[in-house]
Design a protein around this ligand. Structure first.
Ligand SMILES: Nc1nc2c(ncn2[C@@H]2O[C@H](COP(=O)(O)OP(=O)(O)OP(=O)(O)O)[C@@H](O)[C@H]2O)c(=O)[nH]1
Ligand SMILES: [Mg+2]
Length: 315
């Protein structure tokens, strides 16, 4: 089994939760080794993490799984050390050997291009060697452009039974989340990679939480996901005057995380919302505009169009 891991959040950073990605072409065997067992693509579970911590484990793709322990440096180092012991070493992310590359930037670019998530990254990365060689004045915003390589996390929250899962299915263009006409349909979280007009994001569909459905585990998992969100999508039913978010979830949203509000089931009513953008998973109204608004919030057009070089690798 050829498996490696990478630490995707700064060690000792301020995040409440750290992200450690395990990559392997035999990911099921790797998960077995970690004691996680089987986890279908697009699902998340609270797990014991190697006896060191407990946290959410998310399976986004067929060759990687994300471990999300608490963010303390000691925990992250202990998990990384244990992974090394298990034969899942820390990956070498320096860029790889590309003998055909003309220089180091080109070699790094080829290495990053191979795993960049978003179609929008491709032309931008291919242009980097030229931009670095040309005279330039400063650099483009690497933290926002980095979202083209590692997908940012969009977490949809809101009351139960208002069409959050339906909206995800419409945007994903396929049925990835369960939909039913009763509150509490989504009991765990569904996380899938979706392409928002060229920006691939991990979209996390949370259980709706309100006075009808509010079991502790759903709230705990929703809080964990909201804490990692790059953007929170606060969904409200267009015909429902109740737009308040559960206060525990509202309190977990980091003050610097953007929150985008959206009305769902717009074909059914006009009861609430004022200027809030309206969407309907059923008719498709407003969905393309929402996709564009999320993309522009996460990677603003001015950053995408910045002609300066981008320091697209990390050391
Ligand atoms: N008319 C109409 N009905 C919708 C729309 N979106 C969802 N619905 C219906 O609303 C009900 C709830 O949809 P879900 O997508 O399961 O809602 P949810 O917010 O994910 O619900 P929970 O998982 O329980 O929190 C289902 O009966 C859907 O068919 C829409 O745009 N228009
Ligand atoms: Mg749902």
């Amino acid at each position: 089994m050829n498996a490696t891991h990478s630490i995707e959040t700064p060690i000792g950073g301020t995040g409440a939760i750290a992200m450690i990605r395990v990559r392997s072409s035999a990911i099921d065997a790797a998960m077995d080794k970690l004691g996680i067992g089987t986890l279908p693509i697009g699902s998340l579970r609270l797990c014991d993490l190697l006896g060191i911590d407990s946290g959410v484990v998310a399976r986004w793709s067929d060759d990687s799984v994300m471990l999300m322990p608490h963010g303390g440096a000691a925990i992250v180092r202990a998990i990384s050390g244990k992974l090394n012991e298990l034969g899942i070493p820390l990956a070498d992310t320096t860029g790889g050997a590309y003998p055909e590359a003309d220089d180091e930037i080109e070699s790094r670019m080829l290495g990053v291009l191979a795993h960049a998530a978003s179609p929008l990254a491709v032309d931008l990365l291919l242009d980097q060697p030229r931009r670095w060689r040309a005279p330039h004045d400063g650099l483009a915003d690497a933290s926002l452009l980095g979202r083209l390589i590692e997908p940012p996390i969009v977490v949809a929250v809101g009351r139960a039974n208002i069409g959050k899962s339906s909206l995800l299915n419409t945007i994903a263009g396929t049925r990835v989340a369960l939909v039913a006409d009763q509150p509490g349909t989504t009991r765990d979280h569904v996380g899938v990679a979706v392409d928002l007009a060229g920006l691939v994001v991990h979209w996390v569909d949370t259980p709706g939480i309100d006075e009808r459905v509010a079991d502790d585990e759903s709230v705990t998992i929703a809080i964990g996901m909201v804490r990692q969100a790059s953007l929170v999508l606060h969904c409200t039913d267009a015909s429902d005057a109740h737009s308040m978010l559960d206060e525990r979830i509202a309190a977990a949203i980091d003050g610097s995380t953007p929150v985008l509000r959206v009305l769902t089931r717009a074909d059914q009513g006009r009861g609430a919302g004022g200027d809030t953008p309206r969407t309907s998973a059923m008719s498709g109204e407003g969905v393309a505009e929402l996709v564009r608004a999320i993309r522009d919030d996460l990677v603003p057009p001015a950053v995408l169009d910045d002609p300066r070089p981008w320091r697209f690798w990390g050391d």
